[in-house]
Design a protein around this ligand. Structure first.
Ligand code: UDP
Ligand code: MG
Length: 318
C-alpha cells in the first residue's frame, strides 16, 4: 500500500459523460508522470455519468494502474466532484485537470516547476481559448469583474488546470458551484498564487456540460464569494450598515413630517412622508436584526467545530 510520503503527485479529474476521452486522458497523464519518474495517483471522480465512463475507468484500474475511482450516485456537479477528489488526494502536490482533453497533459512539468518556485497554487491561463466566441467573451468579462471584486489578479480563474500544495486543497470548501472561484477562496486564506500560460484544445469528444445559464449563476456565485470574503466573520457590518442607513432615512422623513406639520402647518396626510418614515424605520430595524442573527449563526458555526477564522502558516516553539 502506498502511504502519504510515497505519493508525490495526485491528479484529480472530474468526469461526467466523458467516455470518449478518459482512456486517452489516462494514458497521456500517466505517460507524462512516468517520464518524470514521479510516484503518483490519478483520481477520477465519476460525477453520475450515464454513459460508459465508469466501466472504462474500472477496466483501466483492473490493469493494476495507479488509478483510483470515486463514483457518485448521481450528478452532483463539478465542485462536488473536485471536493471528493481533494478529500482523498494523498500527493504532496495536487493537480486538477478537465476530463475532456481540452487541457494538455504535456503541461504538467511546467506546473510542477512553477509551484516549486514557492507558490501554494498555480493557475493555468488559456491565453488562446479554443471555445465558441460567446463563451470567450463571457469568460473575459467574468475574469475582469472577478479580478476587480476579489483582488486576485489571475487571468483565468475558472481554468480547471491547476496545481496546489496538498495543504491548500484540504483547507478550501467548494459549496454550490464555487469551483469557478477557487483562486479567490485560496487567496482569501492568505496563500500565494501564480499563473502560467497553457495550451488549450477544442473539445474532441462529447459536449460541454454547461449552457448559457452559467453566466447568471456565475454572477450570483461571484456576489456570494465577494460577500463571504468581506463579511463572513463580521456580518453585522454588512447588514448593520444598511440598517443604519435606512434608519437615518426613516428619521429624516420623520423629522420632515414634523416640520411640515408644525412649522408649515401642512396636513401631513397630503404627503407620502409618514408612509416612508414607517417603511424606512421598519426596514432598518429588520436589517440590524438580520445582522445580529447572522452573528449568532457564525458563532454557532465556528465555536463548536473548533474552527478558526484565520489560517496559520507556521508555528514556532508551540
Ligand atoms: N463535469 C463534471 N460534472 C458536471 C459537469 C462537468 O464532473 O456536472 C466535468 C466534465 O466532465 C469535464 C469538466 O467538468 O471534465 C469540465 O466540463 P466542461 O468541459 O463541460 O466545461 P467547459 O470546458 O465547457 O467549461
Ligand atoms: Mg471543457
Amino acid at each position: 500500500m502506498e502511504n502519504k510520503q510515497t505519493i508525490e503527485v495526485s491528479v484529480v479529474v472530474p468526469v461526467y459523460n466523458e467516455e470518449g476521452s478518459v482512456r486517452e486522458l489516462f494514458s497521456r497523464v500517466s505517460g507524462v508522470l512516468n517520464r518524470l519518474n514521479k510516484t503518483y495517483e490519478i483520481i477520477f471522480i465519476d460525477d453520475g455519468s450515464s454513459d460508459q465512463t465508469f466501466n472504462i475507468l474500472k477496466e483501466l484500474s483492473a490493469l493494476n494502474n495507479p488509478l483510483k475511482i470515486i463514483q457518485f450516485r448521481r450528478n452532483f456537479g463539478k465542485s462536488a466532484a473536485l471536493s471528493a477528489g481533494f478529500e482523498s488526494a494523498l500527493g504532496e502536490f495536487v493537480i486538477t485537470i478537465d476530463g475532456d482533453l481540452q487541457d494538455d497533459p504535456e503541461e504538467i512539468p511546467n506546473f510542477l516547476e512553477k509551484i516549486r518556485e514557492g507558490y501554494d497554487l498555480v493557475v493555468g491561463w488559456k491565453a488562446e481559448r479554443k471555445d465558441p466566441l460567446g463563451k470567450k467573451i463571457a469568460s473575459r468579462i467574468f475574469n475582469a469583474l472577478s479580478a476587480r471584486l476579489t483582488g486576485v489578479k489571475v487571468h483565468d480563474s475558472n481554468c480547471c488546470f491547476k496545481i496546489f500544495r496538498n495543504e491548500v486543497v484540504k483547507n478550501i470548501k467548494l459549496h454550490g458551484e464555487l469551483h469557478r472561484y477557487i483562486p479567490a477562496l485560496v487567496y482569501w486564506q492568505g496563500y500565494k498564487i501564480s499563473e502560467i500560460k497553457v495550451k488549450h484544445h477544442p473539445r474532441k469528444y462529447g459536449k460541454s456540460k454547461y449552457g448559457f445559464a452559467r453566466i447568471f449563476k456565475g454572477f450570483l456565485d461571484l456576489v456570494t464569494v465577494k460577500f463571504l470574503m468581506a463579511y463572513l466573520t463580521r456580518p453585522i457590518h454588512f447588514f448593520g450598515q444598511a440598517g443604519l442607513l435606512l434608519l437615518f432615512l426613516g428619521f429624516s422623513c420623520g423629522t420632515a413630517t414634523l416640520i411640515y406639520k408644525f412649522v408649515f402647518k401642512i396636513p401631513i396626510a397630503m404627503t407620502q412622508l409618514p408612509l416612508l418614515t414607517i417603511f424606512f424605520v421598519l426596514m432598518g430595524i429588520q436589517f440590524i436584526l438580520m445582522g445580529l442573527l447572522a452573528e449568532i449563526l457564525i458563532r454557532i458555526y465556528y465555536e463548536p467545530r473548533g474552527k478558526t477564522p484565520y489560517s496559520i502558516k507556521e508555528k514556532i516553539h508551540l
